[in-house]
Design a binder for this molecule. Structure first.
Ligand SMILES: *Cc1c(COP(=O)(O)O)cnc(C)c1O
Length: 226
């Protein structure tokens, strides 16, 4: 399937999910996760109308960025080692994996202006998943006030990979509730008005539960290994 055809059917699914819960599809940003695919395939996504690209490794990010330039919005969605922040920070529009003080400190030091960050939360409790435990989130967000170049744009999570729709939905609902908790504090550094949740397997559910950023790899650009 061409990326264009995939994108058309994803847009139809987004509309259907929005309709179900009375949301406006224009609130949903589709991030094409290009970690499995070539530069050409990423370009095909942009030509199809996608305007957000996501990569989970520094090397992949820089390779795509160098070839494509700063036209799209660039999202870093993987675990970020502090020592790699300096190589990434001038090119990235949003970091979806804010999960520790040392990372905040390094971003604060290296960034020339505030960077939109999503605090990553482990809503499923699975050991393989990264992110803060839900009960740690509010105090961590509070602590981030010490790092003016870190702006808490929202929260991010990954649901378990399962066809148990209920288990998936519970994770997304948990993230939404945490967002409300954070927002109730009115922290000026943490408007936290976005939710990065939903992947190929579960994005319609994520949208029903309030996602603003969905991260889609396999079902949009494919997952053939380069
Ligand atoms: C790979 C990846 C995705 C996209 O996964 P698909 O199931 O291929 O859509 C989304 N988010 C993160 C953090 C990823 O690493």
């Amino acid at each position: 399937m061409s990326v264009k055809d995939n994108y058309e059917s994803i847009k139809a699914e987004i509309e259907a999910a929005c309709q179900k819960v009375g949301r406006d599809p224009s609130e949903i940003k589709v991030i094409a996760v290009t970690k499995y695919v070539s530069i050409d395939r990423a370009k095909e996504a942009l030509a199809s109308g996608v305007s957000h690209i996501g990569e989970n490794r520094l090397e992949g990010f820089l390779e795509k960025y160098e070839a494509i330039g700063d036209q799209p919005n660039w999202h870093f969605i993987g675990t970020l080692q502090s020592r790699k922040v300096k190589d990434l920070i001038d090119y990235v529009d949003a970091i979806h994996s804010m999960d520790r003080k040392s990372l905040a400190k390094e971003i604060n030091k290296r960034a020339k202006k505030p960077v939109d960050c999503f605090v990553q939360v482990n809503t499923s409790g699975e050991e393989s998943k990264h992110g803060l435990a839900p009960e740690e989130v509010t105090s961590f967000v509070k602590l981030l006030a010490n790092y003016p170049n870190v702006r808490v744009h929202g929260l991010m999570t990954m649901a378990p990979y399962t066809d148990d729709e209920k288990a998936i939905r519970l994770c997304f609902q948990k993230l939404r509730r945490l967002q409300q908790e954070v927002q109730s504090h009115n922290f000026s550094h943490a408007p936290c008005d976005h939710l990065s949740m939903g992947m190929s397997n579960d994005y319609p559910i994520a949208i029903e539960e309030g996602a603003t950023h969905i991260r889609i790899g396999s079902s949009l650009v494919g997952n053939e290994v380069k």
